[in-house]
Design a protein around this ligand. Structure first.
Ligand SMILES: Cc1cc2nc3c(=O)[nH]c(=O)nc-3n(C[C@H](O)[C@H](O)[C@H](O)COP(=O)(O)OP(=O)(O)OC[C@H]3O[C@@H](n4cnc5c(N)ncnc54)[C@H](O)[C@@H]3O)c2cc1C
Length: 147
């Protein structure tokens, strides 16, 4: 067993340099969402850069839009991967037996399996609002609400 390093996206003043992927939200492989989150970063940052290139946004404003959004889903992904890791490393015999029984019952009863796991990945795989729109620039929610 080797230790997994993790990193919750820290807060910093936006400038002309930013980070994406494991460099900013490093997480254990449990859940298999590290590379997916990295690709989400790349997609979002690309939209922001296009918005700069087409004159819709100032560079720092665009990077800030990326960072505000990325911190939210990036931190959620790190927390989720850590939760899954802790569940996997659980050695309490009572909890282990309970978990095994639960998975066996779910394997045997399809409706229970569907109810239990249908939305398990949805919080990460569900498209973010900007992923559903054809518009390039992403405005942080706090600007949109005027907070
Ligand atoms: C065992 C394991 C299993 C995983 N399984 C999954 C999975 O199933 N699904 C999933 O979504 N994610 C998975 N991940 C996570 C995924 O691999 C990472 O989240 C993803 O690769 C991060 O991409 P990245 O581009 O940020 O960093 P990286 O893929 O680490 O890329 C960084 C690159 O920069 C290079 N580099 C570093 N320093 C320098 C330097 N000074 N100069 C030049 N180049 C440099 C490195 O060599 C590397 O090629 C897993 C991770 C591990 C460890």
């Amino acid at each position: 067993m080797f230790p997994f390093a993790t990193l919750l996206p820290p807060d910093w003043p936006t400038g002309q340099v930013t980070l994406l992927g494991d460099a900013i939200h490093l997480m254990p492989p449990t859940g298999g969402i590290g590379a997916n989150t990295t690709m989400r970063d790349a997609s979002l940052l690309t939209r922001q850069v296009i918005a700069v290139a087409t004159g819709q946004r100032d560079l720092v404003e665009a990077i800030n839009g990326y960072e505000v959004e990325m911190r939210e889903y990036g931190a959620a992904a790190v927390r989720s991967a850590l939760t899954t890791l802790r569940q996997g490393l659980n050695t309490n015999p009572v909890k282990l037996t309970g978990t095994r029984v639960f998975f066996r019952v779910c394997r045997a009863i399809a409706p229970l399996r569907r109810v239990s796991f249908r939305d398990y990945w949805a919080r990460h795989t569900r498209p973010r609002p900007w992923e559903e729109s054809s518009s390039t620039a992403v405005t942080p929610a706090r600007w949109a609400t005027g907070d």
